[in-house]
Ligand binder design. Structure first.
Ligand code: ZN
Length: 85
């Protein structure tokens, strides 16, 4: 019986961002998915976060973002990926 706000939402959102950045382990994904089955609060955040990412992605594709910015974001992503593992 949730009263709307999950007490552990920050923790699950952190895991969610790892997943969206492709930096999570399979265990972490499983851990989040199990929780989303039971928690409508986190599920809502998950949907919002996923939609925002999709929006950003489609904007990058349309090149409505200045290419300098898009390139620096890409460089950061590549950097952070090579730093992990
Ligand atoms: Zn939750």
């Amino acid at each position: 019986m949730s009263n709307g706000t999950c007490p552990e939402i920050d923790k699950y959102l952190a895991v969610l961002r790892l997943i969206l950045d492709n930096e999570s382990s399979a265990e972490e994904e499983q851990y989040l998915m199990n929780h989303l089955d039971q928690c409508s609060c986190c599920l809502k955040e998950y949907e919002i976060e996923t939609q925002v990412r999709e929006l950003l992605k489609s904007k990058l594709k349309q090149k409505s973002v200045p290419s300098g910015l898009a390139n620096s974001i890409k460089a950061k992503i590549i950097q952070s990926k090579s730093n992990v593992r």
